[in-house]
Each structure stands twice: as structure tokens, then as C-alpha cells.
Write a protein that binds this ligand. Structure first.
Ligand code: C2E
Ligand code: MG
Ligand code: MG
Ligand code: MG
Length: 292
């Protein structure tokens, strides 16, 4: 009777917090189960060279095939997975799935392109990342150029000394490194030059209004120019329109990724694109007059 009274009192002052807590616990349990039940899938989104129009690489993007809720996007579970450490086994699973796929494609003599895997700061802190990557490459007989990695600026800004050390070690494996979501943090390209990145990916929030917002246009133009002067290649994320594409071509952006060409698709659909040599149409080489 006392316990019940206490329970009622608790429920009286903290029902919302309690509910949120149990939702998180439930999601965490579901994620653990999903790992065992192999409910995670990797989708592939092509990155296209703006000069040749050809697919030159892909980004691996994780999806959760939930038995009731269908395909769940990473935004709905990656943050919690990072908080509770489950991003480590999920990340290892994504890397392994990508390696299995690349090895299978190579065995079937498909002309493969490098596949970029997103890394979370938590995976670095856990300490076994390099060994996990080395093991995965070796187990599947892959070369470092078959895989690349994407990291965000918040990852390197937290502890720059440690990040520089970790990134150099990662780079020493022979893989390419990209700085993801550039522009959403507070760092400058000049500062980030001390890290061994090969690519900068301009965040899609800058691309979205690049043809209508002069501020965004100026930022994108400047980032491309500065990245090039620092010998970094530039990928524009979230390209959805022909206009955005033209803008980027004129400014000599190197690669684009976005719904205008293709969203992330299952491995079989990506394979079909590679096989058929699906190309970005060459319409408008960017030589005609500026629209902005
Ligand atoms: P990200 O690494 O910046 O990946 C790009 C995101 O932009 C993807 O969302 C992609 O589907 C989306 N996108 C691409 N083109 C367009 C476009 O034209 N328009 C719009 N509106 N969106 C576009 P997604 O797949 O939902 O992934 C979201 C984020 O989740 C990723 O952002 C990445 O930070 C994280 N993530 C995804 N897979 C993994 C993973 O395996 N490991 C880790 N640690 N994080 C992952
Ligand atoms: Mg990414
Ligand atoms: Mg990004
Ligand atoms: Mg992102």
C-alpha cells in the first residue's frame, strides 16, 4: 500500500520525464535487438564528378528495416545510438556490410568506386577503430582505396590535438578522408587545413538556396575557391535542382551528391547505375552567362 502511494506520488510530479525515459529505454532495447536480428541495411548514394558527369564514388547511409515501422532514417536512431555506445557495433556492421558488398562486386568484375562510410566521434573515442578498419579490409581482401571516411568538424574541434593524431593514423591506412557538413560548425577551412582531409563536403543547408540567396551564393563560391587553394576537393551535398547544378559547375565545384541525380538506393539499384554507366546529363556546361 505504501509502495503504491509512493508510485502515485512519483507519477504525479514526473510523468513526462518518466515517459520520455521509458521511450528511450525501449528504443535502446529495440536497437540492441535490431543488431542481433540484422535489421540494419546500407543504402548507397552516388557522388558524381561535375566535369565528366560520371559516378565517381558513393556514400554508405544506414537504414533500419523495422518490422513494424518500415524503413527508419538514421536521424531517428543514430543520436541515441551514439549516446549509449551502440554506434560502435552499428558502425562496425555498416563498415563490414560495405566491405562485403565491395568484395562481391569486385569478384563479379564490376568496376567499383570508393564507398564513403560515416564515422561518429564515439567510434574514435572507443579506441579500436583503426584495428576494426584494418581487420575489415584484410578480411575482405580490399585495398584502402575501396573505402573512404566522412567525419564532421564537431568531431575534430572537441579535442584538436587528439583528432589530428587519430586522423593521421587513419590517413596512414591509405584511405581518403572527407570533412562532412562543412559550414555548420564554427571552424574555418584555414584552421582545418592542419588535418589530413582530401575532401570538403559543403552542407546542404548552403546549397538549398544557393540560386536565390546572395549570402549563401557568396559563401559557397568562397568555400570552393578557398578549398581549391588549399588543395582540397569539394563535394556539394543536397543538390536537388538543375539551377543549383549550374551554379556549382560555374564555380568549378568538383562533385555533387543529391536527389537531382539520385537519393540513396539499395545496393542492387546502385550496382545497376554503375553497370549502365548512368551519367549526369551534360546540359549546360556552365559557359553561358551567370544567373546570379
Ligand atoms: P550525412 O553524412 O551528411 O549524409 C547526407 C544526408 O543527406 C543523407 O541523409 C542523405 O540521404 C541526405 N541527402 C542527400 N541528398 C539529398 C538531397 O538532395 N536532399 C535532401 N533533402 N537530402 C539529401 P540520411 O541518409 O538520412 O543520413 C542522415 C545522417 O545520418 C548522415 O548525414 C550521417 O550524419 C548520419 N549517418 C547515416 N549513416 C550513418 C552511419 O552509417 N554511421 C554514422 N555514424 N552516421 C550515419
Ligand atoms: Mg556523410
Ligand atoms: Mg553531410
Ligand atoms: Mg550530416
Amino acid at each position: 500500500k505504501n509502495a503504491k502511494a509512493a508510485g502515485e506520488r512519483y507519477a504525479y510530479y514526473a510523468p513526462a520525464m518518466n515517459a520520455a525515459h521509458s521511450v528511450r529505454l525501449e528504443l535502446e532495447n529495440e536497437l540492441r535487438h535490431a543488431l542481433e536480428a540484422r535489421q540494419f541495411e546500407v543504402f548507397y548514394q552516388p557522388k558524381v564528378d561535375l566535369g565528366s558527369g560520371r559516378i565517381v564514388s558513393a556514400e554508405a547511409l544506414v537504414r533500419w528495416r523495422h518490422p513494424q515501422r518500415g524503413l527508419v532514417a538514421p536521424a531517428a536512431f543514430i543520436p541515441l545510438a551514439e549516446e549509449v555506445g551502440l554506434i560502435v557495433p552499428i558502425g562496425a556492421l555498416v563498415l563490414d556490410a560495405v566491405c562485403v558488398q565491395q568484395a562481391e562486386w569486385i569478384a563479379r568484375q564490376l568496376e567499383v568506386v570508393p564507398v564513403a562510410v560515416n564515422l561518429s566521434a564515439v567510434q574514435f573515442k572507443q579506441g579500436k577503430l583503426l584495428q576494426t578498419i584494418r581487420d575489415a579490409l584484410e578480411r575482405h581482401g580490399l585495398e584502402p582505396q575501396h573505402i573512404s571516411f566522412e567525419l564532421t568538424e564537431s568531431m575534430v574541434m572537441g579535442n584538436p590535438e587528439e583528432a589530428a593524431y587519430n586522423l593521421k593514423a587513419l590517413k596512414a591506412l591509405g584511405v581518403q578522408l572527407a570533412l562532412d557538413d562543412f559550414g555548420t560548425g564554427y571552424s574555418s577551412l584555414a584552421y582545418l587545413q592542419r588535418f589530413p582531409f582530401d575532401y570538403v563536403k559543403i552542407d546542404r543547408s548552403f546549397i538549398a538556396n544557393v540560386t536565390s540567396n546572395p549570402g549563401d551564393a557568396a559563401i559557397v563560391t568562397a568555400v570552393i575557391a578557398m578549398a581549391h587553394s588549399l588543395r582540397l576537393r569539394v563535394v556539394a551535398e543536397g543538390v536537388e535542382t538543375e539551377g543549383q547544378l549550374q551554379f556549382l559547375r560555374k564555380r568549378r565545384c568538383d562533385e555533387m551528391q543529391g536527389y537531382f541525380f539520385s537519393p540513396a538506393v539499395p545496393a542492387a539499384a546502385f550496382e545497376a547505375m554503375l553497370r549502365e554507366g548512368t551519367q549526369l546529363r551534360a546540359a549546360g556546361s556552365g559557359e553561358e552567362g551567370d544567373t546570379l
